[in-house]
Design a protein around this ligand. Sequence first.
Ligand code: NAD
Length: 493
Amino acid sequence: MQNYQMFIGGVFADASDGETLETVDPFRGDVWARIPRARSKDVDDAVRAAREALETGPWATITGTERGKYLSALADLIERNRDRLAEIETRDNGKLLRETRGQLGGVAECWRYYGGLADKIEGRSIPLGKADTISFTTREPIGVVAALTAWNSPLWFTAVKCAPALAAGCTVVVKPSEFASASTLEFAELVRQAGLPDGVFNVVTGLGQEAGAALVEHPDVAKITFTGSDSTGARVYETAARSMKRVSLELGGKSPNIVFADADLDLAAAGAVSGIFGASGQMCTAGSRLLVQRSVMEEFSGRLLELARRIRLGDPMDPETDVGPISTPPQFRKVMEYLAVAEADGARCILGGRAAEAPNLTGGQFVEPTILADVSNSMRIAQEEVFGPILSIIGFDTEEEAIRIANDTQYGLVAGVWTGNMARAVRMSKALHVGTVWINTYRAYSYMVPFGGMKHSGLGREGGIEAVDEFLETKNVMISTAETAPSNPFVMR
Ligand code: NAD
């Protein structure tokens, strides 16, 4: 049994009242760790530490180059600890080890990338056309940042939120999901080893409605960067508005993966399978609505089924496994409920459709990869985010119809387009109301590109150079170089 502590002001500590929460391995079904259950007093301690570090600590005065060196040192430490961190994350959320390992390579590079940007935060000189006035802008750290993360990729979210925030000169308090906090606490130990000044990076753990809510409400938090469901995101946004906090939200999706008859159907079938069954469908980017041009519906469905039937469910640590367990008991119940909803609404199940049971599937949280045909876009299964391995196939005839169906959702995170016609690909990329369009590919991620949603999928962008802006305030300075008083003080020069 592993007993974790939080990281506040450079010190590892239990919750002030000593309470803990259990952490369950979703594959084995056993409790393998305990994490502190922080209450508002602990959150207050963490925010105070972050504020002190921001205002009086060395972080406030060191150069961007020095901040960048700390971030690069962290990248080196992540690389050295990559296998261990990947195993811990897989143990915590059941995502395939080969996937968490791959993701951690990106996590290390992400810290290095923002380390490189830390000394490139520049203002502008604005030519006003007035001989005796100079105008320029400076970019200043926004303040203490609260980073709230979801359970499906904790260290990736921590990187894409905290690396640009620290590069910008902010200090942070991270609150990982209560279902998967261990890897973020392990990461805090690397922060200690990298020698970041005390209070610059803090982690509090606990329940969303306790520790999370206390952090969102805290008057000394200037900015919230949140990844999670749209219902929680809306609550966070509402609370933040009361104290004018800045907010970035990375929320859910009901993403269309659109297959035209002129596409390479083998490539498209592979993209559709990994787009919905990868990570057991527990991705904000899941391509859960598969829009297929009717002229190739039969042929394409056949290729899809052939690939999907070969999926091997099993231990996420096993390199032979394709799909692991559902990460949490509430998420498992939600997926099962949606199977019933889809059936009641008249969707035709052509693969799976049940909880998966076999001697090698321990923990009791496996769902068969499920494909539903004859889905209409107005059905709940096509409109609501499931966050599980359920694919809905929807037919279309023309490009216009595909665009109309694709955009007919409250979400707008990503879309996939499969076509051999480049002109169509470009037209589609313009017409789709989403933050990311993938052409002849799916799940193509990089910390170097801006990522985020339109509509209910969120607010703001993570990744890329743009992400640093999310943690900066712009200040304008006007300097007069006039050496004589104006002849009339009421006339502006
Ligand atoms: P969630 O909304 O339940 O929780 C997210 C975080 O918010 C957790 O740390 C949780 O403890 C905290 N939280 C919960 N209630 C809170 C409250 N009242 N106040 C403050 N914080 C609170 O989401 P989840 O179940 O952890 O994650 C799944 C969701 O995340 C899905 O909807 C998925 O689409 C979304 N997601 C989005 C992205 C993206 O980049 N757009 C990526 C991954 C997941």
